[in-house]
Write a protein that binds this ligand. Structure first.
Ligand code: GDP
Ligand code: IMO
Ligand code: MG
Length: 420
């Protein structure tokens, strides 16, 4: 049976998906994004260069691979143009290698304004979105009033104008003032630019590739704990970030899913509002943030940092049926005397090992402590060379999750990767 592999984040995003997809791409012929949009920021580093991808799959740097943007993705033509042009300027022209689903939805300039208006109306209860119009675009998709890539080919002005006028009515009702003429101009230039690419029915495209035995890697964005159904709702994104999202976001049958590769950081970060049981508010958290350079690749916001949360990780492993774990940013913990992993939660005096429904639950994490390895692991390239304190930490995680850690990352560069 022909299979596709899925790679996705197990925490609150920014686990290092971009790096790992790039590293694994030589094993595949096709890399396909299945959800999210320019709220994502996937960083890749090699040969002294750093690239941040938002809507374009992270397989784009590894030779002549096919890259697909699936129907589950939302695209902002203005941001897409800027991203693709920057890549072309650095010698990575995508025109022949990227295919875009006609069923992917377009983020309109007014979607971005609506995102800002809704956030502003929420005041202190705001989600802390990336401000890219993600929520309003998926809202229109589900409300059956969205604008799709395929519309560009048919009666586009009318479809656009109708959607825009609906948004304007909402914004008028909210008394939200805005100015979009410049944004609209760049947006329409983006729409013209998009026409250079091949629009496809990605479900046929990808299933033909699967039938032809061409190995496919599906790339997730965000992370499981930001999933619209299973994350800490309402502090989530607006798509299904979990493995099932690869099926609905590309048109792949569940029976076609092979390996599910789950990525996690050796600690935790979160950007935006919402629960984070192991968050650190002290100098230890600041140290993780500094060493890990934990600032959002899209918004530049400081990421909240804390210890690894095994309750959350096991939840993500369960929801996704993870078959292989990938541990990232291990080097960030090089210089800590003691490391902690949350192995339980105490909520109102009751101990649990389940992620609670309530986002306002006061959670006291129960920690297991580990002796830190206290040395530089960045140059290690073989698992056998890791210090015992490191292998104790990693092997505890895989034992608890019941899934092997197959890849360990010890630095942002492609080369700083250990396979087991
Ligand atoms: P993504 O959204 O999941 O692709 O992750 P981001 O690119 O937003 O954030 C991960 C950050 O960590 C990027 O700046 C990467 O260059 C960096 N990174 C990835 N792996 C490692 C690692 O093993 N060690 C260190 N120190 N940095 C890493
Ligand atoms: P990558 O793919 C981290 C967070 C936002 C906010 C919430 C909703 O790089 O891992 P949205 O703009 O999606 O409506 O924001 O989700 N968020 C991310 N956090 N990494 C991401 O993507 C994120 N994409 C969205 O900060 O809390
Ligand atoms: Mg990111």
């Amino acid at each position: 049976m022909k299979k596709v592999d899925v790679i996705l984040g197990l925490q609150w995003g920014d686990e290092g998906k971009g790096k790992v997809v790039d590293v694994l791409t030589p094993n595949y012929d096709v890399v396909a994004r299945f959800q999210g949009g320019p709220n994502a920021g996937h960083t890749l580093e090699f040969e002294g260069q750093k690239y941040v991808l938002r809507s374009i799959p992270s397989g784009i740097f590894q030779g002549d691979k096919i890259n697909i943007i699936g129907n589950g993705v939302v695209i902002d033509p203005a941001l897409f143009k800027a991203e693709a042009e920057a890549l072309a300027a650095s010698g990575h022209d995508l025109t022949e290698r990227l295919r875009i689903s006609k069923k992917a939805h377009l983020i309109l300039p007014t979607h971005r304004v609506l995102d800002a208006a809704y956030e502003s109306a929420k005041g202190d209860a705001k989600v802390g979105t990336t401000g890219k119009g993600i929520g309003p675009t998926y809202t229109d998709k589900v409300s059956r009033t969205g604008v799709r890539v395929g519309d560009i080919l048919h009666n586009f002005e009318a479809v656009y104008t109708l959607a825009k006028s609906r948004h304007e009515e909402i914004l008028k009702g909210m008394n939200f003032s805005y100015e979009i003429s410049d944004l609209e101009k760049t947006w329409f230039e983006g729409v013209e630019f998009l026409k250079k690419f091949t629009f496809v029915d990605s479900e046929y495209e990808i299933n033909k590739l699967i039938q032809a035995d061409r190995p496919v890697l599906c790339e997730g964005a965000q992370g499981t704990l930001l999933d619209v159904d299973f994350g800490s709702y309402p502090f989530v994104t607006s798509s299904n970030t979990i493995c099932a999202g690869a099926c609905t976001g590309l048109g792949i049958a569940p029976t076609s899913v092979g390996e599910v590769k789950g990525i996690f950081k050796a600690y935790c970060t979160r950007v935006g509002s919402g629960p984070f049981p192991t968050e650190l508010f002290d100098t230890t958290g600041d140290k993780m943030c500094d060493i890990g350079r934990e600032f959002g690749s899209v918004t530049g916001r400081k990421r909240r940092c804390g210890w690894l949360d095994l309750i959350a990780l096991k939840y993500a492993v369960m929801i996704n049926g993870v078959s292989e774990l990938i541990m990232m940013k291990s080097d960030v913990l090089n210089d800590f005397e003691t490391l902690k992993i949350a192995v339980g939660y105490k909520i109102n005096g009751v101990v649990t090992d389940e992620f609670p429904y309530e986002t306002d639950a006061v959670i006291e994490p129960i920690y297991k402590e580990f002796k830190g390895w206290n040395c530089d692991i960045n140059d290690i390239r073989e698992y056998k060379d890791f210090p015992v304190e490191f292998t104790n930490y990693a092997e505890f995680i895989e034992k608890e999750c019941g899934v092997p850690i197959k890849i360990i990352s010890v630095g942002p560069d492609r080369a700083e990767t250990i396979f087991r």
